[in-house]
Design a protein around this ligand. Structure first.
Ligand SMILES: Cc1cc2nc3c(=O)[nH]c(=O)nc-3n(C[C@H](O)[C@H](O)[C@H](O)COP(=O)(O)OP(=O)(O)OC[C@H]3O[C@@H](n4cnc5c(N)ncnc54)[C@H](O)[C@@H]3O)c2cc1C
Length: 407
């Protein structure tokens, strides 16, 4: 089978890229190991995604936002970070737009909407239940082989297959990889007091806790713990879990009643040494696998979609080769420029706030009081507040896609 573009991974990043490039009329195949039912109607996975204004704008341009029910979108007015019992907080936002920092939407809701945005496109095909087991890069095309023995050749291969990207490995691209030995537990809870639409995070001794606002009386509890402790917590029955959460959150939110089981994510951060190779590019988590603490993984995934599609859409529209090396090199430079500071800033925040040795504790206290001057805090704030200045080109391409596809 031949196609112009093959995207490995129909997660939110792969689906968004397929939608962005579809306006060119190019033939695109998405390949994912998950079955069609899991792609079309993903089950709740505990992840509540904090979206920036830029990401909301990108999702609007991609025709994904319209497919999300307004009842599934929750206000995020401000974020506050605390160190242990200290009353001082590092504050982000509220932003200039609507007085909000952004909003919260479940990962499964975003995935479902992104799938719906591509499923009826004539030039996009989704091959579900298909695992890529090998790939071969030639001068004029890349060939991937699926577990059922099928071959697909393409002018351009996209790796959107998670932070543990098989495509990245097969292309011989290395990655900085930090296995943190901790797991993040996430689940919905009913709370006894109002969260004021503020996301709150506490770096406590041996644990990091966060509470993300999900409308009236509901929130997402987020706990980062050593993996063995996380496994023990996951086994608790609902009532015992509620009591344990209340104890760990020191009763700040009154009674806590679990509304879902806790989902566990072992924490590994990754940053690919290269984002492109001959006839290939990496996007989403395959390029940059962020620590979730600053909530930027998917926001950067959408940035990778924006940067790559702006480079190769004009080429596809002219009938050119989408694997144009100069365009891919520009994509790499742009995405590295945007993602590297935020990746390093996030890692420095995690390092500073989870180090319980006395010098780090003193540095934390000082940094909280000088919060407005911290370079790491500024890099994160800049990303959150970044005006959606790059909307115009993407909007233009999606409008032309809608015209062409009559949607
Ligand atoms: C607890 C938690 C909280 C988070 N909170 C936020 C937040 O608030 N804000 C934010 O922006 N981000 C957040 N993130 C990050 C966000 O969830 C990810 O960045 C995003 O889901 C990555 O999307 P992706 O499409 O790149 O990869 P994935 O969602 O990992 O999708 C990859 C796809 O590739 C497929 N695949 C893998 N290997 C193969 C193969 N060999 N062949 C075929 N298919 C394959 C998989 O089945 C999968 O469907 C959070 C993450 C976690 C864990």
């Amino acid at each position: 089978m031949y196609t112009q573009i093959v995207i490995v991974g129909a997660g939110p990043a792969g689906l968004s890229l397929a939608r962005a490039l579809s306006s060119s009329g190019a033939r695109i195949i998405l390949v994912d190991t998950q079955q069609l039912t899991a792609l079309s109607d993903p089950s709740f996975d505990g992840r509540e995604i904090a979206l920036t204004h830029q990401s909301i704008s990108d999702l609007e341009q991609l025709g994904v936002w319209d497919r999300i029910d307004a009842k599934e979108v929750f206000t995020l007015r401000e974020a506050q970070i605390y160190d242990g019992k200290s009353p001082y907080a590092l504050r982000y936002g509220p932003g200039e737009i609507d007085g909000q920092l952004g909003c919260m939407v479940s990962n499964c809701t975003i995935r479902k909407a992104a799938y719906e945005a591509v499923k009826d496109l004539e030039n996009v095909e989704v091959l579900a239940g298909a695992k890529v087991v090998s790939l071969e890069v030639g001068k004029r095309s890349v060939r991937i082989t699926l577990s059922d023995g099928k071959d697909i050749s393409a002018a351009l291969l996209i790796g959107a297959d998670s932070r543990f990207s098989f495509v990245r490995d097969q292309l011989g691209i290395g990655a900085e990889m930090n296995r943190l030995g901790k797991a993040m537990l996430v689940g919905r809870v009913k709370i006894g007091s109002w969260h004021d639409d503020i996301a709150t995070e506490w770096f406590d001794h041996g644990q990091t806790l966060a509470l993300l606002p999900l409308g009236d009386g509901v929130a997402s509890a987020v706990l980062t713990l050593p993996e063995s402790e996380a496994a023990t917590l996951q086994k608790l029955k609902a009532e015992a879990l509620g009591q344990e959460l209340q104890r760990r959150y020191r009763g700040r939110f009154g009674t806590m009643t679990p509304l879902s089981p806790l989902h566990s994510y072992p924490l590994t951060t990754t940053y690919s040494k290269r984002f492109v190779a001959h006839r290939a590019a990496l996007i989403g988590d395959a390029a940059v696998g962020m620590h979730p603490v600053t909530a930027h993984g998917f926001n950067l995934g959408l940035a990778s979609v924006r940067h790559l599609s702006e480079e190769i859409l004009p080429i596809l529209e002219r009938g050119g080769d989408p694997a144009n090396p100069a365009a891919l090199a520009r994509y790499e430079r742009r995405h590295r420029r945007e993602s590297r500071p935020i990746y390093l800033a996030t890692n420095s925040i995690v390092g500073l706030y989870t180090d319980d040795r006395p010098p780090a504790r003193i540095a934390r206290r000082v940094s909280l009081r000088l919060a407005q001057l911290l370079p790491a805090r500024k890099a994160v704030q800049r990303m959150l507040m970044k005006p959606a200045r790059e909307r115009t080109r993407l909007r233009r391409s999606v409008i032309s896609s809608k015209l062409r596809l009559g949607r």
